[in-house]
Design a protein around this ligand. Structure first.
Ligand SMILES: [Zn+2]
Ligand SMILES: [Zn+2]
Length: 603
């Protein structure tokens, strides 16, 4: 075969080299033992590199594919397929020179797509060329992203890829993905579907830095109040709507892009001003919230179902698109909350409660999760579950994704779920309790207890031990002559039930202070949206502030407020005592006037 590739001159006729390559491509996956055909790959590779030298019009590098002859396009497609197989099967044997050839080819083929973009919507040849390039790129990029094998690639390969090639490739492909998806929103033909799928696959390989440095056309909205820089606003305005795209692969591609940059968003959140409102709420980026509006449609669909009944959603339906976009958006929001500070997370939680979105979310998710997921519990609630763009949609997509999102909700916003749960009717309370303890609590407890046993989480002055069997975390706080040991026990239906805190040992603190500290830890653990460690961290900050000399609020006797973590910032003009704004607001409400709770002078 290789002999035929090498001897054939010219290369195009039926017996020519490209034909031989096409035959090779079609049988290569059947060849079995890769070791034995290394020579074949090597020889074919060197032949292709020779063609490149000898026939400078053969490879469609940075050229308009729409203007090229069909047989040349066909030749390029076969060459790309061969390169893809090579990377797939024998990447570890490739030399520096071969890698260089492959990477240069990918970036130059992508440039050709850019040059042919005007013909892309109409020319089938350009579409096939684009699909094949995307598949080659996806294979190369995912091969280079496998950390384990880093060591076996030639030195500098990854650096070159990340610092040079990636930029050129994704700088062009990301805008193409967005534009193509935006232009094809309905009655999508088979060819356009394949194109969208290939583009989605390749943007899933886009590194975070390239997403942040995107070259999308500016898209800003006059009413944006997010405080995000223009480039992030543009990204969200373009990509968020694609979460509800008709093509599943586009939805997943958009999700991947957004997921990679979510942790970058909270740094632009402004701290809220002190106000005498009882509750300060905050709305997450509007682009994501818009998609949740469709959550009401899911509510309508499932309104006749009880909490223990399951709404089955099949792939390739409008309901599937709707449920998928809703769940993906919630997954992004939960990740966004997790990336925010504890203080700001509480403000988001208030917003979701006040707007009824928590209730909508949990009612919906309880109808989307299967009623009895015992068979495959581990996979369903797996923390790293993800829907694959490459594999086809199945009946399992929505139930699995729902379980995964529910698990993350319990982990990220436990207090939000707990508050909702307590307000439901008897039947719902019981069902949610049974479901959660049976399928999720154990997984969550194991995770809560595992990380604290590792030493990577350091809280100054606090040492932590765990007793996994009894679901207990033992935290010992010691500073100078003070030592206090607290046992935090997680309930069987964690995080729904009450976390108990008892103390077995105290040295150097009065019984009154000791009681107060335990009570405060209880409050922090009960009302916070985070892990046990997050709760301990806030509690410790409370005590540290005391030692720094910050005065308690004279209403709740805590330095840090139990639910919004603010310091007592309002001072009475007469008696000079300090109060939390939330505590004072509550006092004004219940006492029906605006006087200081201590000295009774007008505040
Ligand atoms: Zn207070
Ligand atoms: Zn006063």
């Amino acid at each position: 075969m290789v002999a035929r590739m090498m001897s054939a001159e010219p290369i195009f006729p039926v017996n020519g080299g490209i034909q031989a390559l096409a035959v090779l491509n079609s049988i290569v996956t059947e060849m079995g033992e890769i070791e034995s055909c290394r020579d074949l790959f090597e020889a074919s590779m060197s032949q292709i590199m020779t063609w490149k030298e000898d026939k400078d019009d053969l490879l469609l590098y940075s050229s308009d594919v729409g203007q090229s002859r069909s047989d040349i396009i066909f030749a390029n497609i076969e060459i790309m397929k061969f390169l893809q197989q090579t990377v797939n099967l024998v990447s570890i044997y490739l030399t520096d020179k071969e890698w260089d050839f492959i990477m240069c080819s990918v970036v130059s083929f992508v440039q050709s797509i850019e040059e042919s973009v005007e013909r892309l919507p109409t020319s089938v040849e350009v579409q096939i060329f684009t699909c094949t390039t995307c598949r080659l790129l996806t294979t190369v990029a995912s091969c280079l992203q496998t950390d384990v094998e880093k060591a076996i690639f030639p030195p500098n390969l990854l650096t070159e890829w990340n610092e040079f090639f990636s930029e050129g490739i994704f700088g062009a492909l990301l805008p193409l993905f967005v534009k193509t998806a935006e232009n094809h929103t309905e009655s999508i033909t088979g060819q356009i579907y394949l194109l969208l799928k290939s583009l989605s696959l390749s943007v899933c390989q886009c590194p975070k830095q390239q997403v942040l440095d995107h070259k999308l056309a500016a898209y800003l909205k006059a009413d944006d109040t997010s405080g995000l820089p223009n480039s992030l606003q543009t990204l969200l305005n373009h990509v968020c709507p694609l979460l509800s795209h008709d093509v599943r692969e586009v939805q997943l591609g958009a999700f991947h892009l957004l997921y990679s940059i979510i942790p970058e968003l909270p740094q632009y959140e402004k701290e809220s001003k002190d106000s005498t409102e009882e509750e300060v709420s905050r709305c997450p980026p509007q682009q994501l919230m818009t998609i949740l509006v469709d959550g009401s449609k899911l509510e309508v669909m499932s309104s006749s179902l009880n909490v223990d009944q399951y709404l089955k959603i099949s792939p390739f339906t409008d309901d599937y698109t709707l449920a998928l976009s809703y769940l993906l958006t919630w997954r992004l929001l939960l990740y966004f909350f997790k990336s925010s500070t504890a203080e700001i997370r509480q403000e988001y939680a208030i917003y979701f409660r006040q707007t009824g979105l928590v209730h909508q979310f949990l009612s919906n998710i309880y109808r989307l999760m299967p009623d009895n997921p015992t068979q495959d519990t581990k996979a369903m609630f797996d923390r790293n579950f993800s829907l694959n763009v490459a594999s086809a949609a199945t009946e399992k997509d929505i139930p699995y994704l729902s379980c995964y999102v529910y698990r993350h909700a319990l982990q990220t916003v436990p207090a939000m779920v707990r508050t909702w749960w307590k307000e439901q009717d008897r039947k719902t309370i019981n069902y949610v309790d049974r479901f959660t303890s049976k399928h999720v609590s154990q997984i969550l407890c194991t995770e809560e207890i595992q990380p604290v046993s590792k030493t990577d989480i350091q809280l100054e002055n606090i040492t932590i031990k765990t007793r996994p069997i009894t679901r207990e975390v033992i935290a010992t706080y010691s500073l100078e002559e003070v030592t206090i040991e607290m046992v935090i026990a997680l309930p069987e239906n964690y995080p729904l039930g009450t976390i108990t805190v008892v103390s077995e040992k105290r040295v150097g603190v009065s019984a009154a202070t000791w009681d107060k500290w335990l009570l405060q830890l209880n409050v922090f653990l009960q009302y916070q949206n985070g892990s046990i460690i997050d709760g301990l961290r806030i509690w410790k900050r409370n005590i540290d502030k005391r030692f720094e000399g910050v005065e308690d609020c004279m209403i709740c006797f805590s330095v840090i407020h139990g639910t919004n973590y603010q310091l007592p910032r309002l001072t009475c003009k007469t008696c000079k005592k300090k109060f939390h704004s939330a505590c004072l607001y509550k006092w004004f409400q219940t006492s029906h006037n605006s006087t200081c709770p201590l000295c009774r002078n007008l505040f």
